[in-house]
Design a binder for this molecule. Structure first.
Ligand code: GZL
Length: 322
């Protein structure tokens, strides 16, 4: 009798576990049918780039038939950590996120691994020795972006050049790497000096505040290198308020190429923009389907992007998607 009860209990338990392990590809997903559920932990809504990136992810999930759970961390790592843990609790099929900073992710990603939920990094990378913590990283080469900015300056300057740098969020991969790339490219020219460098946190208000301080503390500024358009646009406001002409008295180089930045470039208030493509949604959804199905994916997917001069911006603006 006891044996019969035990066997029946085991069968019930097995059925329960199998039901919880629903979702396609045998992952931990809890979707009742084959619909993939993705938990996405976004950095925030700090810039025009982020807005375009969020729109791309949300629209692509809809087109791909992927159920999207989405959170905005307001640029705080603790909020991203909370969101990822919530997705683990909800047993989503796949987690994707753009790490606001490079460090502090190993523990939560181990929790996802133990829960058998695959993770995809998009936009920004993490600094971890354990590459098994995520399936792939889809995003730009930020060092290359910094090099492109530096190369333009080397090719378009003659004699001593004092540069002030508006850095992105402290500890963020794009901030660290865009600085590294720019310095690597400009160190070949001893006339180019970075006389001041401070974070504006990738926001327009941050760029304006830091530029106001630079204009007071630096007697002779020739160039602003801003790690994104939004900080560059904030710097333009500060430069104008100080009675100077942005793009002429002080040249400006930025990264992103969002519509507001491209408009300032076309108007001559910015001099050069390095593109950083935010439209990662379609590739992310393709990668998610492969990962959930247990298919192999490349460890690194680098997004394609270019650079813009004033003339190129004028030509590109009418068709610009973001
Ligand atoms: C870069 C992205 C950066 C953008 C900023 O991939 O992480 O964050 O350059 C955004 O505009 O805030």
């Amino acid at each position: 009798m006891r044996k019969t009860i035990t066997t029946a209990l085991a069968a019930v338990l097995l059925a329960a576990v199998t039901a919880c392990g629903g979702g396609s590809g045998g992952s931990a997903g809890n979707s009742s049918d084959d619909t993939i559920t993705m938990g996405f932990a976004q950095v925030g809504a700090e810039s025009g780039w982020r807005t375009a990136n969020t729109k791309s992810i949300q629209e692509s999930a809809k087109s791909a038939g992927i159920e999207l759970k989405f959170s905005d961390a307001q640029q705080k790592q603790e909020n991203q950590l909370k969101a990822i843990r919530s997705y683990i609790q909800q047993k989503v099929d796949v987690i994707a996120f753009s790490p606001v900073v490079e460090t502090g992710w190993d523990t939560v990603l181990l929790e996802a691994q133990r829960a058998k939920i695959p993770v995809i990094l998009t936009d920004r990378a993490i600094d971890s020795d354990d590459t098994s913590l995520y399936k792939t990283f889809l995003g730009s080469d930020f060092i290359d972006e910094g090099k492109k900015a530096g190369k333009w300056l080397v090719e378009n300057s003659d004699g001593p050049v004092n540069v002030v740098e508006l850095q992105g969020t402290t500890g963020a991969a794009p901030a660290i790497d865009r600085k590294e790339g720019f310095e690597a490219e400009t160190k070949s020219n001893p006339d180019i000096k970075i006389v001041a460098s401070q974070t504006g946190d990738f926001t327009r208000s941050g760029g304006k505040q830091v530029m106001e301080a630079f204009l007071k503390s630096q007697p002779d500024i020739d160039v602003v290198y801003a790690h994104n358009d939004d900080m560059g646009l904030g710097a333009i406001e500060a430069i104008k308020a100080a009675g100077k002409k942005p793009g002429t008295d002080i040249k400006i180089i930025t990264v992103d190429a969002v519509k507001d930045g491209m408009t300032a470039l076309a108007n001559g208030e910015i001099n050069f923009i390095v593109e950083c493509n935010p439209l990662l949604g379609p590739q992310l959804m393709d990668l998610a389907k492969k990962v959930v199905a247990g298919e192999e994916v490349p460890e690194r997917v680098v997004t394609e992007e270019t650079t813009f001069t004033q003339e190129q911006a004028k030509a590109a603006l009418p068709d610009r998607k973001y």
